[in-house]
Design a protein around this ligand. Structure first.
Ligand SMILES: Nc1ncnc2c1ncn2[C@@H]1O[C@H](COP(=O)(O)OP(=O)(O)OP(=O)(O)O)[C@@H](O)[C@H]1O
Length: 268
């Protein structure tokens, strides 16, 4: 073993997408798309509107059945697994959808306790206690648990949804536009919470976002969806140099330059 291989530990691939094809009627969204996601990384998925970021996320978590291709997670080909085995793998996922998707008729604590009762079979009293721990992990005060989603601010709803996504101690967290609709301060607080949780819990994070500040402050790598496939997947500074009109407009337009400046200033 040489010095270089000692210095760079082998990356473990936890999600491997190969030759993915997704079509809706005559519209092809993905054509032979390949992507690897490594254990412990935060990978940001970006691309123009309608390039299939959410469809990719939904395919990996099993909500969209592709026309062709392989989706391997933890080494298992999800598309050919029997339903029961597949749901065992999916239990290792935590998902936060753009809307937050909390049940409005349940309190925040009840929303978080629900998967613990339904999927982990915990008695209600234990599930409620554990829900309190998850609330704290997501940075919410204890009394937020007694509130209904309609009584929370946008930022608190995202945190409550994050607490629910963390309920079953997932290994991979899927987030679809988690900072959409948040003011810049709440968005930055959410970003820093995400990095803290990844560091503390060793999560792998699959993050669909348009938010350039989020990309710069949280992501180890960024994957760009364009022309129905992953055009580039690399650290953000490398991706920003990709010779592609959308990439250049996005990363090197006025907002991209401001985010780059802010990110590099933060490191000085
Ligand atoms: N269930 C569906 N049936 C038909 N078309 C769909 C379905 N789901 C997604 N699409 C189409 O697939 C394309 C990709 O959708 P997707 O939501 O993945 O885009 P996106 O990259 O996440 O976009 P945005 O950034 O605007 O959220 C869109 O044109 C969308 O209309």
């Amino acid at each position: 073993m040489n010095a270089q291989t000692q210095a760079v530990p082998a990356r473990e691939t936890v999600i491997e997408v190969r030759g993915l094809i997704n079509r809706f009627g005559s519209q092809t969204v993905h054509e032979n798309l390949d992507l690897d996601v490594y254990r412990g990384e935060i990978i940001g998925i970006v691309g123009g509107s309608g390039t299939g970021k959410s469809v990719l996320l939904r395919t990996i978590i099993g909500l969209v059945r592709p026309i062709a291709g392989e989706v391997r997670v933890f080494g298992e080909n999800l598309l050919s697994l029997p339903a029961e085995r597949r749901s065992q793998v999916e239990r290792r996922f935590g998902v936060l959808f753009q809307s937050g998707a909390l049940f409005s008729s349940l309190t925040v604590a009840e929303n978080i306790a629900l998967p613990l009762i339904e999927h982990a079979g915990l008695p209600r009293i234990d599930a409620t206690r554990l829900a309190g721990v998850k609330l704290a992990l997501a940075g919410l005060p204890v009394d937020a648990g007694r509130k209904y989603p309609s009584e929370l601010s946008g930022g608190m709803i995202k945190r409550a949804a994050l607490a629910r996504a963390l309920a079953l101690d997932p290994e991979i967290l899927f987030l679809d536009e988690p900072t959409a609709g948040l003011d810049p301060i709440s968005a930055a607080a959410f970003d820093s919470l995400l990095v803290t949780l990844r560091n503390a819990l060793g999560l792998t994070v699959f993050l669909v976002t348009h938010d350039l500040d989020t990309l710069y402050s949280t992501c180890d790598r960024v994957a760009v969806l364009s022309q129905k496939r992953v055009l580039a997947a690399a650290p953000i500074d490398e991706v920003a140099r990709t010779d592609d009109p959308w990439v250049q407009a996005y990363f090197n337009g006025p907002r991209g330059r401001a985010a780059t400046f802010a990110a590099h200033k933060g490191k000085d």
